[in-house]
Design a protein around this ligand. Structure first.
Ligand code: FAD
Length: 383
C-alpha cells in the first residue's frame, strides 16, 4: 500500500529510475541476498560494473562520466537499492557520495580525470576513511597524522569501520596536518598501507567493512585534495551520503512492511488470518503512517536539495527521522511474522539488523539529535 501516493509527485525521469533500479534488484540481487548475508560476502567486483552501466555510481555528480541526475532521482535509486539490502545501498553511497564526491568537490582536475570516470563505470572502487578506532563521533579530534616529507607526505594512523576498505582501489583518507585536516588519495598497494576485514558482524553482513592501517605511508604532494581544509571537508561528503540514507531507509522499511502485510493476510490463527485481528491492523496502520511520513520528508528534502537550498540541519532531520521510522517498522514487522520473523527466509530480520548500523553510521542518532537541539536552542551540547 501507499495511501499517500507520494510517488505520484515524482517526475517521469525519477519514475523511470525507480522502475529500472527495482527491476535490476529483483532480477540480479534479491535472489542472492539471504545467502550473501548468511555467508558474510558481497560480490562488489562483479556488481560494480553493472551498477556503473545503470549510471548508479556517482549518479548525481556532473561530468567525468557521471550520470548527473537530480537529487530526487538519486534518492529514489537509494530507496530501491536499500529495499534489497542496506549493504548494497552502502556500497553505492560510499562509492558515489563519499569517495567520488570527495574527489569531485575537492580534487584537482588530474584527480578527477584519473579516478571519476573509472569509478563511475565501476572499474575502480573507492572507500572513505574518517572514523578511527578511538575517534568516531568526534572526528575533529582524529589521531591520524600527515607530516610533510620534502615535496610529499608521510601518513601514520588507523581508520576503523571503513566500508569497501579492503576491496578499494583508492582510499580517501582524512588526516591532521600542521595546517588542519586534509584529505589524501591513497591507492591500494602503497607501501605501509594495509586493509583487513572486520568479521563476526551481525549487521550489514552483505557489505565489506575494514580497518585501514597507515604505517609510514609515503605519498606525493599531489595526493592531497587541494580544494578543502578542515572538518568541513569530510562533513561536506557526509551530508551527501546522509541524504542518500534518508531515502534508502524507506526502502528497507518498505520491504519489512510488505513482508508483514503479505504474512498477515495469509497466516491463520484462531481460525482467521492474523491480519483480521485489530491488534495486527494497528501495527500495519502505524507502519503505513511511518513510511508515508518518511516518504514526504525525503521528497521535501530532495526537492530542497535540487533547488540548492538544503541545509545540513534538514539532512540531519531526515536521516534521524527516517532511519528511526524504518527501524521501528522493521521491529514491529518482525513481531507480525512471529517465529518466522527471525529467519532469513524473510527479509525482515536482515533489514532490522542492518538498520542498527544505519542508525549508527553517518552520524549516530544522538549526533543528529544534538545537531537539531543546537538548531532549536542555539546552544551547543556536543562538548
Ligand atoms: P562513538 O562515537 O564512540 O559513540 C558511542 C555512543 O556514544 C553513541 O551512542 C554516540 O551517539 C554516543 N555519543 C558520542 N558522543 C556523544 C555526545 N557528545 N553526546 C551524546 N552521546 C554521544 N566510518 C567511515 O569513516 N567510513 C565508512 O565507510 C564507515 N562505514 C561504516 C560501516 C559500518 C557497518 C559501521 C557500523 C560504521 C561505519 N563507519 C564508517 C563508522 C561510523 O560512522 C561510526 O561508527 C559512527 O560515527 C559512530 O562512531 P563510534 O562507533 O566510534 O561511536
Amino acid at each position: 500500500m501507499d495511501v499517500l501516493r507520494v510517488d505520484d509527485r515524482l517526475t517521469d525521469e525519477e519514475r523511470m529510475v525507480r522502475d529500472t533500479v527495482r527491476a535490476f534488484v529483483a532480477e540480479k540481487i534479491a535472489p542472492h541476498l539471504a545467502g550473501w548475508f548468511e555467508d558474510g560476502t558481497f560480490p562488489a567486483r562483479e556488481l560494480a560494473p553493472e551498477l556503473g552501466k545503470l549510471g548508479l555510481l556517482g549518479m548525481h555528480l556532473q561530468g567525468y562520466g557521471c550520470a548527473g541526475t537530480s537529487a530526487v532521482a538519486y534518492g529514489v535509486a537509494c530507496r530501491e537499492l536499500e529495499a534489497a539490502d542496506s549493504g548494497l545501498r552502502s556500497f553505492v553511497s560510499v562509492q558515489g557520495s563519499l569517495a567520488m564526491a570527495a574527489i569531485h568537490k575537492y580534487g584537482s582536475e588530474e584527480h578527477k580525470n584519473e579516478w571519476l570516470p573509472r569509478m563511475a563505470a565501476g572499474e575502480a572502487i573507492g572507500c572513505f576513511g574518517l572514523t578511527e578506532p578511538d575517534r568516531g563521533s568526534d572526528p575533529g579530534d582524529m589521531l591520524t597524522r600527515a607530516e610533510r616529507d620534502g615535496g610529499g607526505w608521510v601518513l601514520n594512523g588507523a581508520k576503523m569501520w571503513i566500508t569497501n576498505g579492503s576491496i578499494a582501489d583508492i582510499a580517501v583518507v582524512w588526516a591532521q596536518t600542521g595546517d588542519g585536516i586534509r584529505g589524501f588519495l591513497v591507492p591500494k598497494g602503497t607501501d605501509g598501507f594495509t586493509a583487513s576485514d572486520i568479521h563476526r558482524k551481525l549487521s550489514l553482513r552483505a557489505s565489506v567493512t575494514s580497518e585501514l592501517v597507515l604505517d609510514d605511508v609515503r605519498v606525493p604532494g599531489s595526493a592531497m585534495l587541494p580544494n578543502v581544509k578542515g572538518l568541513k571537508g569530510p562533513l561536506g561528503c557526509l551530508s551527501e551520503a546522509r541524504y542518500g540514507i534518508l531515502w534508502g531507509a524507506i526502502g528497507a522499511g518498505r520491504s519489512c512492511y510488505e513482508a508483514a502485510v503479505d504474512y498477515a493476510k495469509t497466516r491463520e490463527q484462531f481460525g482467521k488470518p492474523i491480519g483480521s485481528f485489530q491488534l495486527t491492523q494497528e501495527k500495519l496502520a502505524w507502519m503505513e503512517v511511518a513510511l508515508g511520513q518518511a516518504g514526504l520528508v525525503a521528497l521535501h528534502v530532495g526537492r530542497l536539495k535540487d533547488e540548492g537550498n538544503v541545509t545540513p540541519q534538514q539532512v540531519s532531520f531526515g536521516k534521524l527521522a527516517n532511519v528511526r521510522a524504518a527501524l521501528d517498522v522493521a521491529r514491529e514487522a518482525r513481531t507480525v511474522l512471529g517465529a518466522n520473523g527471525i529467519t532469513l527466509e524473510y527479509p525482515v530480520i536482515r533489514h532490522m539488523n542492518n538498520l542498527e548500523s544505519v542508525l549508527t553510521y553517518e552520524g549516530t542518532q544522538e549526533v543528529h539529535l544534538l545537531t537539531l537541539g543546537k538548531a532549536v536552542t542555539g546552544l551547543d551540547a556536543f562538548r
